[in-house]
Design a protein around this ligand. Structure first.
Ligand SMILES: Nc1ncnc2c1ncn2[C@@H]1O[C@H](COP(=O)(O)OP(=O)(O)OP(=O)(O)O)[C@@H](O)[C@H]1O
Ligand SMILES: [Mg+2]
Length: 301
């Protein structure tokens, strides 16, 4: 890296209404739109760490923007702009130094309460469920698959959007029960289309998109559009194709150094989390920047 910058851990814009402070993002209401600000916070084992990762917020924002643009011909999305000067808002402009590069102004919609996960490979909770039932979310899979194996074809494995605690995998019929058959089919079809388009693109650039989570919302004129973040290391598992070897967990593009470090010091995974050493922070920041470069072909810094 050619310059050292301080990570941004939190934002404070008292003139705007804060709607939500998630693990990573601070979301403000701006008339009938939302300002999604991605900080440099990072979580591991579901706990936000006291240390931030320089450039992470910018990488997540610019990757989401990249994918929204790349898929805009097949699905509509909520992005209005990431450019502060195009947001036409004096309050936002007044906080430009903090918000620049890490903010998205988006259409505010009615969120559909389903985490639309597509899995192309066997990992995480999917791998756990497979070992117990040979299926994921009620979808029967062939016997004998190994951890990280490629699935015969990508599958839609929805989960509840839990407001507290962990999301829970659910069957397609549960989605039908919650949002109706027509919308459930639409969520599945649209999520699959975006995953296929993105994973094909990523594969040509040496990245496997093991799985990813989409969120969808309904506009006032009843259109289903892609919302939230899209195809970032926080919402997906990215694996470098080089060194991909099924039968064990793969090295992910992002948090591996952090998880390994936290395991090595035997942290009990309960808050408060320990601060990270400078070299772990630096290496993690580089991982995010590398993922951005590999996928977009451009350097962020
Ligand atoms: N265009 C949109 N309109 C309305 N709500 C949106 C839109 N895009 C995203 N959201 C919602 O905003 C929230 C984003 O919150 P965020 O992801 O920062 O935190 P979280 O989901 O509460 O927690 P976590 O940090 O675990 O992800 C989600 O509930 C998401 O559904
Ligand atoms: Mg979220």
């Amino acid at each position: 890296m050619n310059k050292e910058i301080l990570p941004l851990l939190t934002t404070d814009i008292p003139q705007l209404t804060l709607c939500n402070r998630g693990k990573v993002r601070d979301i403000y209401a701006v008339n009938d739109t939302l300002l999604i600000v991605t900080t440099d916070r990072i979580s591991a084992f579901d706990v936000v760490l006291p240390s931030g990762i320089p450039y992470k917020g910018e990488v997540l924002t610019k990757l989401s923007e990249f994918w929204f643009t790349y898929t805009s011909d097949i699905v509509e999305n909520h992005l209005i702009t990431t450019r502060i000067e195009k947001m036409n808002n004096a309050i936002i402009a007044g906080h430009k130094d903090v918000l620049h590069g890490r903010s998205m102004l988006v259409k505010k919609v009615k969120v559909i309460p389903v985490e639309c996960v597509i899995r192309g490979y066997l990992a995480g909770s999917g791998w756990k469920e497979y070992q117990q039932t040979q299926s994921i979310c009620g979808i029967k899979l062939p016997a004998g698959l190994r951890e990280s194996d490629k699935l015969p074809e990508p599958i839609f494995t929805p989960a509840t959007k839990a407001t507290t605690g962990h999301d829970e995998n659910i069957s397609f019929s549960k989605v039908v029960g919650s949002v109706g058959k027509k919308l459930a089919e639409e969520l599945k079809e649209k999520s699959m289309k975006v995953y296929l388009r993105a994973s094909e693109y990523a594969r040509e650039r040496g990245i496997i998109i093991c799985d990813t989570k989409f969120e969808w919302g309904i506009t006032t004129d009843n259109k289903v559009i892609l919302i939230d973040e899209a195809l970032t290391p926080d919402s997906s598992r990215f694996w470098p194709s080089e060194g991909y070897e099924p039968g064990k967990p793969q090295h992910s593009y992002d948090k591996q150094f952090i998880r390994d470090y936290l395991e090595s010091i035997h942290w009990d995974k309960k808050p408060p989390a320990p601060t990270l050493p400078a070299d772990i922070i630096r290496k993690t920041s580089e991982k995010y920047l590398n993922a951005y470069k590999a996928l977009t072909g451009k350097s962020l810094i």
